[in-house]
Design a binder for this molecule. Structure first.
Ligand code: FAD
Length: 351
């Protein structure tokens, strides 16, 4: 297992932000992952698990403990059953399933990071979420000190959330198992209007899985949502805020505020979540509160391609990023009475 001391963490994150870790371990087998976690727990050392670093905001002071980079490898496809080691690169795994003609994760192409992190926030995009295809998650349970296999129902998946996110210091994901679909090379039914429109089909239709993936990658690239080291719009964590979910009372208050501010005929986006609540769009709120694409004059700014992505223009610090995030949260709250919540995981800092 590789071990470094006083190791910079910024290069391990897509924001390229954050100070060093006292110790950085890189584990390439499940046994190494478990040994590293046990050792940290035995000695009472704080532990930070890092996959691809694409959903992490690490404080400028760094991490006073052991950072463990998961670099395990394993792609096993048997019929429609797929098992991925946590360290597998997600985009490569998606491409291989599409090549194999399988459906289920083709619209999750282009999402950076590791396979093992996908259950953490129930990764989703363009009408698909991993929770609809994950069958089991194999994880090391730091409470019982055992490896456990959690079936889908035990993972408590919801919008950008899961049991793993709810209990952040408990599970280290080792393997993720998926049940994909063999639809003769076709995609799953396209659920997202923008993808269907871009492909010239009706929502709910199937298209060749490879075309669905290519279309999603093209749409994402246009929004700075595919990593490109040359493009500062992608020095981000993707969406910085989750879409707020409002109960009936909150939604009514929000509509009233939006009407006062923008005129009675304004229709903010509203997607019923099926439990009496309504999901609205964080991007809409940010934009209508006056934080448009490219907003900011400092080294941390809103992406020029997507209102929801906060970006490092090259020489930002985490404090610069947080200052911008706080400004957006305060501005949206003042305009609409809605409090935005950050999607990326913060380490040693908070909004
Ligand atoms: C340009 C861009 C676009 C993005 N688009 C999307 C999108 O469309 N949809 C979406 O949902 N997300 C998106 N994201 C966010 C991010 O890519 C995903 O959340 C991804 O799953 C994070 O994976 P990671 O390996 O980089 O996790 P990290 O950033 O390394 O870690 C994130 C969290 O997961 C924990 N973690 C990581 N691996 C493990 C493990 N094996 N066991 C236990 N905990 C672990 C970490 O401790 C941390 O708390 C985007 C990010 C970027 C930069």
């Amino acid at each position: 297992m590789q071990e470094l001391h006083d190791a910079p963490l910024a290069p391990l994150t897509t924001f390229r932000l954050g100070g060093p870790a006292n110790r950085l371990l890189t584990a390439t087998t499940d046994a190494e992952v478990i040994a590293a976690v046990r050792e940290a727990d035995d000695s009472g050392t704080p532990l930070l698990v890092i996959g691809g670093g694409s959903n992490l905001v690490i404080g400028d002071k760094g991490f006073d403990g052991t950072a463990l980079r998961i670099a395990t490898k394993g792609f096993e496809l048997s019929g429609t059953a797929l098992e991925l080691a946590a360290g597998e690169v997600w985009t490569d795994a998606v491409a291989r399933t599409v090549e194999a003609g399988l459906a289920g994760i083709e619209c999750l192409a282009g999402i950076p990071g590791s396979a093992g992190a996908t259950p953490i926030q129930n990764v989703g995009a363009y009408g698909q979420e991993v929770s609809s295809v994950i069958t089991e998650v194999v994880a090391y349970d730091r409470h019982t000190r055992e490896t456990v296999t959690l079936p889908n129902e035990a993972c408590a998946f919801s919008y950008r959330h899961s049991r793993f996110k709810a209990e952040p210091d408990r599970y280290v994901v080792l393997r993720v198992r998926f049940g994909l679909e063999d639809a003769g090379g076709r995609s799953a039914p396209l659920r997202y209007p923008e993808t269907a429109r871009a492909m010239g089909v009706e929502q709910g239709e199937r298209v060749p899985a490879a075309s669905a993936s290519e279309t999603v990658l093209r749409l994402r690239a246009g929004k700075g949502m595919v990593l490109d080291p040359e493009d500062h719009d992608t020095w981000s964590a993707g969406s910085f805020f989750t879409n707020p979910i409002l109960d009936e009372e909150e939604h009514a208050a929000f509509l009233a505020r939006a009407g006062e501010r923008l005129g009675a005929d304004v229709t903010p986006p509203a997607f019923p979540t099926g439990d009496g609540r309504v999901k609205t769009s964080a991007a809409w709120l940010i934009d209508r509160a006056g934080f448009t694409k490219g907003y900011g004059t400092g080294p941390a700014r809103i992406s020029t391609k997507h209102t929801l992505a906060l970006t490092n223009r090259g020489d930002a610090t985490t404090e610069d990023l947080l200052a911008l995030a706080r400004e957006v949260v305060a501005g949206v709250h003042e305009a609409f009475g809605v409090t935005l919540v950050n999607e990326p995981v913060t380490v040693g800092v908070s909004l």
